[in-house]
Design a protein around this ligand. Structure first.
Ligand code: ADP
Length: 384
């Protein structure tokens, strides 16, 4: 199949920043694209060939959109799976497949998948309603502390809560959920695996994630991770095993915990470009976005090696600021060597909203980490 400067059409469900960064690469290759997103101001709108506004969870909307394209991919997991199944039956290539998405969309199903495939993950229990948690605590089958996770529709930490006492349960919604053992981890790591239609696989170097203590959002992504060769090998091995179990096509980002005794536990996976791979745009031979396009079109996968050390700092809306966005001191950080801001194109900021990111590249990762901290202290996402 010829994708380059041809009649081939690639559809993307979701038009957020991940979609926008995928589109830099379809532009590079001159591949025709269609995007569906609920917002008429989606970041991807300016970079695709055809834009459609519509609900990603609605069967008809997703089905009708999918019928317009040859290959369909996603940049968000919350899409109508039944529509994807119907499209697959009619010969549209859907990557990741409906089956992969189905095992991932619901966190309870995702945890069961790990157990079924003998993949290491923290112990957990499933509950249909919040009341069942209260009963489990009463009967002492569940002890504090634990981590509560909404089974569906959580993202960027908003469907996750560490529960240490009864009072922490008060504002949890009454929805299907899981509880997990609280892992006292040393590090949070992530590995992105790319797998093309033929099943060829390439793995990106392990990254280390530093989280914001309150917002539960990643503050720094550091690549290569400052961990031993042995732990890196283990993380890579488990990511590859996870990839083989899912048989996904496209990227699979595997988020993991490094425990106190250097075991690796899988936290969760995402079958798409991921926040932990943004630095690959500047720091690696092939970016995660280009690699996703290569994988879903069954093209040769590119080298995943780092050209240089890379750190990503998320640009999130400052607390106390809601309204039209202004990037304070953006020019100051642009004066620094190896610093590149990415602005997603969301016009309105609100506390902790992901508005962009900054990549810092340097030969020495410890030096890069120092610069990253300076960047973080200088640039502020505020309202005008
Ligand atoms: P989301 O899908 O919103 O990204 P995650 O499942 O990745 O949610 O959880 C968000 C963060 O919460 C994790 O990155 C980690 O810092 C913390 N967390 C999640 N599960 C556990 C756990 N079992 N033990 C300790 N911390 C956890």
């Amino acid at each position: 199949m010829n994708y380059f400067s041809s009649n081939f059409k690639l559809g993307i469900l979701g038009g957020g920043q991940l979609g926008k960064m995928l589109l830099y690469n379809t532009r590079k290759f001159d591949i025709y694209t269609c995007v569906l997103d609920p917002s008429n101001e989606a970041p991807s709108k300016i970079a695709c060939d055809e834009f459609y506004q519509g609900d990603l969870m609605d069967y008809e909307t997703v089905y009708n959109f999918g019928k317009k394209v040859n290959t369909l991919t996603i940049e968000i997991e919350n899409v109508n799976i039944e529509a994807l199944k119907a499209l697959e039956k009619e010969g549209i290539n859907v990557y990741p497949s409906a089956k992969t998405l189905e095992s991932i969309q619901n966190k309870a199903k995702q945890k069961l998948f790990y157990v079924d495939h003998n993949l290491p993950t923290s112990n957990f229990s499933r509950y249909a309603y919040k009341d069942e948690i209260l009963t489990a605590i009463k009967h002492e089958t569940l002890d504090f502390p634990f981590v509560w996770k909404s089974a569906q529709f959580g993202y960027d930490g908003n469907g996750v809560k560490i529960v240490r006492s009864h009072s922490d349960l008060d504002d949890l919604p009454n929805v299907e959920c899981i509880t997990e053992e609280l892992v006292p981890f040393k590090n949070e790591l992530a590995v992105i695996v790319a797998r093309n239609v033929k099943g060829h696989v390439k793995v990106f170097p392990v990254v280390e994630m530093e989280f914001h203590p309150e917002a539960n959002q990643v503050e720094y992504v550091i690549c290569p991770a400052r961990i031993s060769e042995e732990v890196a090998k283990k993380a890579e091995f488990i990511a590859l095993k996870t990839s083989a179990a899912f048989e996904h096509v496209g990227l699979l980002a595997v988020e993991m915990f490094q425990t106190q005794d250097d075991e690796i536990l899988i936290n969760e996976v995402a079958p798409r470009p991921h926040n932990s791979g943004h630095q690959t745009i500047e720091a690696n031979y092939t970016s995660q976005f280009e690699q996703h396009i290569r994988a879903i079109l069954d093209l040769p996968l590119g080298s995943t090696a780092n050209k240089v050390g890379g750190i990503m700092v998320n640009l999130v809306g400052a607390e106390g600021h809601t309204g039209e966005v202004f990037y304070e001191n953006i020019e100051t950080i642009m004066e620094m060597d190896g610093v590149t801001p990415h602005i997603y194109g969301k016009k309105q900021t609100r506390p902790f909203r992901k508005m962009g990111h900054v990549t810092i590249v340097h030969e020495d990762i410890n030096e890069a980490r120092k610069i990253a901290q300076e960047v973080k202290q200088k640039i502020k996402v505020i309202s005008k």
